[in-house]
Design a protein around this ligand. Sequence first.
Ligand SMILES: C[S@@+](CC[C@H](N)C(=O)[O-])C[C@H]1O[C@@H](n2cnc3c(N)ncnc32)[C@H](O)[C@@H]1O
Length: 283
Amino acid sequence: MSIPLFDRMREHTDGVSDQRGVPSFHIDQVDHPEQDLIVRILDDQAALPGVVRMREWARAALAVRPGETALDLGSGTGTEVVELAALVGEAGRAIGIDPNPAMLAVARERAMNVKAEFIEGSAYDLPLPDASVDAVRCERVYQHLDDPAKATAEIARVLRPGGRVVLIDSDWSTAIFHPGDPEVIAALQQRMEANSPNRNSGRHLRGRLVQAGLLIDDIGSEAVIWELESMLAMWAVASERAVADGMITPAQRDRILADIEHGAETGDHHFSVTMFAVVAHKP
Ligand SMILES: C[S@@+](CC[C@H](N)C(=O)[O-])C[C@H]1O[C@@H](n2cnc3c(N)ncnc32)[C@H](O)[C@@H]1O
């Protein structure tokens, strides 16, 4: 059976190694050989209208001013550090911290002409002095953390009194994938989230900030809708690995791809997950 969608998904899985499991953003995967795929996934996600809207909302809520020190924790490809740099201006500091040297290299290259600093480090031990930061943003990082309470305590430590923070994260229990056999979808979801210690991170953000002694100012949400194409990189890898792990059969993979292909032809498809954002400040 020839499935055009399958061919397009192949473009995403060609060259993907079978040796290291699903590439993830977990700190123990920073030397994963498939960094290009991770960057491609982040770029696809950054272009989604829902992510763009959520970031604009979070930027407005954080209200970073000229001269301030602003941190993007788990800065990935550095896109939001560039935005912070424009807001803090020449007199301020825009800092991105990430434990992944390959990700930092991409961010530094993309921000070559921007006054921004990219520092290798972990949320568990921020390489910054106490009370030295005016604003912290941290997006889609907590789902990958084994110890989110420690990370939140570190954010509270580096914030100045009055300093603001916005935590943004998905809650994967809100994901909707349509069309497809629910059992196969559940297996693919399980495969995609295999390396995420906090798949329901979104619902815990408020509590984490309160427990760290911060005061809640606002909560927002956005059901991020993926375009079919932007789903393919994640879905392609997950379905290949799910077959390799015996979680679904090749026939089930072909069936779900045919269902998605039909959905693409008829316009009857929906892929989404809700992202939550919590804004707080240090008293
Ligand atoms: C899904 S990506 C999100 C990147 C970026 N915040 C964005 O929204 O595009 C998760 C990021 O968290 C980073 N990360 C993972 N563990 C971390 C830790 N312990 N401390 C700080 N960042 C971490 C990863 O290296 C990766 O860049």
